[in-house]
Design a binder for this molecule. Structure first.
Ligand SMILES: Cc1cc2nc3c(=O)[nH]c(=O)nc-3n(C[C@H](O)[C@H](O)[C@H](O)COP(=O)(O)OP(=O)(O)OC[C@H]3O[C@@H](n4cnc5c(N)ncnc54)[C@H](O)[C@@H]3O)c2cc1C
Length: 264
């Protein structure tokens, strides 16, 4: 048995060592180290990441003023309450409201998981798509795993997920909806895939968000079209119709294509 080294001069040396040891065993999408540095964040870094007023205006945009602090929250390095206090001190209760609301979603999902531990991996309710759960595929297609789907923007989001371990909330929703509704794969397969890659991977927030998109924990399925992706991500992501053929349609057309009976 080979004993692995555990002492390194810096992060670059550790990365280089791990790549030399393991790259041959890993698929191409898993070979790079995330640019997110996992060491304890400084107070200055945390402070600059929290921009509550800009957050309220721009958080749905791919380049919007989101904090990107979730990996540190997930790993127990920062408490949500601490982030809320910084936001309150910076801009006051009214302007900090949206940021604090979003922080509370994390608490909410944890409470749901405490109440419904059975629903962490089981459908909480039937799908509202017109299809029975058994008709969905159990595993992710290879082109999704390899970021080689017919859609450039989806491939971009998959690469973000697998290379950095972080994904913007809107892109998580797009990707989940693509997997479940465009490709008709069970949400459980997508949720497990996210947890494999996300540095903030949290079974409660992740799995119930997937169920919400899927419509097994909510009133209707979440879907999107190319126009919506272009509005929020078009300045950095390829949103041309010719390179995103599956997504270039009106909502009416998508409802007819993706669901068995029309859902509003
Ligand atoms: C399909 C899907 C899967 C998700 N999986 C996870 C997951 O595994 N872990 C996770 O922490 N979040 C998850 N989320 C929620 C949300 O996408 C992330 O919390 C957020 O994108 C983290 O980025 P940020 O730190 O820049 O967030 P910001 O928008 O800056 O928010 C600040 C903090 O608030 C919390 N937060 C914000 N939005 C949410 C939310 N909707 N639900 C729960 N907490 C929230 C996070 O702790 C976050 O760090 C998921 C959402 C979807 C749609």
């Amino acid at each position: 048995m080979q004993i692995l080294s555990s002492q390194f001069s810096d992060r670059a040396a550790l990365t280089q060592y791990l790549q030399a040891q393991f790259n041959d065993l890993l698929p191409k999408t898993h070979r790079q180290a995330s640019p997110i540095d996992g060491s304890n964040p400084t107070a200055q870094f945390i402070d600059q990441q929290i921009q509550p007023a800009a957050y309220a205006r721009t958080r749905n945009f791919y380049q919007g003023a989101v904090s990107q602090l979730s990996p540190f929250v997930r790993q127990g390095m920062i408490e949500r309450r601490h982030l809320a206090n910084i936001a309150l001190a910076k801009v006051g209760a009214k302007a900090a409201e949206k940021f604090i609301q979003e922080l509370l979603w994390g608490e909410f999902w944890q409470h749901v998981a405490d109440q419904r531990p059975d629903a962490l991996w089981e459908d909480a309710e039937p799908y509202k798509t017109g299809f029975e759960a058994y008709t969905y595929k159990d595993t992710l297609p290879e082109d999704i795993l390899r970021a080689e789907t017919p859609n450039a923007c989806i491939n971009h989001f998959i690469q973000d997920l697998t290379v950095t371990g972080y994904l913007h909330n809107h892109a998580r929703m797009y990707l989940a909806a693509y997997v479940v509704h465009f490709r008709r794969v069970r949400w459980q397969a997508g949720a497990a895939w996210f947890l494999e890659h996300l540095l903030d991977g949290d079974i409660a927030a992740n799995n119930f968000s997937w169920q919400w998109v899927a419509s097994t924990f909510g009133g209707k399925p979440y879907i999107f079209n190319l126009e919506n992706v272009a509005k929020y991500c078009g300045d950095v992501v390829d949103c041309r119709p010719e390179t995103n053929p599956e997504l270039d349609a009106t909502y009416e057309a998508l409802h007819l294509r993706l669901f068995k009976r029309a859902t509003s």
